[in-house]
Ligand binder design. Sequence first.
Ligand SMILES: C[S@@+](CC[C@H](N)C(=O)[O-])C[C@H]1O[C@@H](n2cnc3c(N)ncnc32)[C@H](O)[C@@H]1O
Length: 250
Amino acid sequence: MAEHRGTDTATLTGVGVGPGDPALVTVGAVAVLRAADRVVAPTTELGRPGRAESIVTAAVPGLAVDRLPFDMSSDPTDGEAARVASHRAAAARLLPWLEGGQHVAFVTLGDPNLYSTFPSLVRALGELGWHGKVETVPGITAFQALAATAGTVLLDGTESLALVTALDGVDQVAEALADPDRAVVIYKGGRHIGEVAQLLAASGRLEGAVFGERLGLDDQRVGPVSAVGDGPASYLVTVVVPPRGRDAGR
Ligand SMILES: C[S@@+](CC[C@H](N)C(=O)[O-])C[C@H]1O[C@@H](n2cnc3c(N)ncnc32)[C@H](O)[C@@H]1O
């Protein structure tokens, strides 16, 4: 396979754009988006903007964005293969721009170093032989936005935090809850939100626990986990559980 070295000017920047509200796009992110030669955004359908694109075009009106199709399937059987194939296809699309010395900014929800597609894209570019300059611009995460909206103090003093996922079930959540002094943040738990609520109730951790669904979007829902019901919720749901035995609010 040909080795592409990357030119001096070629840079790929992963830009975190926050969870949904354009007001949470940082000044640093806007500066990078304005300075980049090309801004690219993931989407599941080429004809429609993805969420990250909608956020940045609201924050920076008139910004030109190239869409990259990504497979976001969470199907456990063939979802992984489809995701890897879409990362490779996206990398192949970026390659000529980077080889041409461009600064390419890839926008991603929340923070690019936290459960984001950005590292997979960088890996796929490496597999194509591109090892140029990679940078990231931090973004406000969904759990920070939720804590702020719900008025929840996530950590105080020497308390610690476990950030876990519940995509395939609640095992990681149960493990994290074993320490009562630890705050727990749960991502990717929409399908299992009812089980999460039951587990929190059984562990005596319902009090102060809040969920935020589609934060920053028009149909945002924020409330106590005790009110979620059995439902599945959207994939875009975050749960914040403060440590037990202290007043979680301000
Ligand atoms: C692939 S991860 C992306 C995380 C993101 N990079 C971050 O820093 O927050 C997707 C998960 O992030 C959380 N998430 C992202 N955006 C959200 C939003 N607008 N509302 C609620 N949760 C969100 C959900 O838990 C979702 O399942």
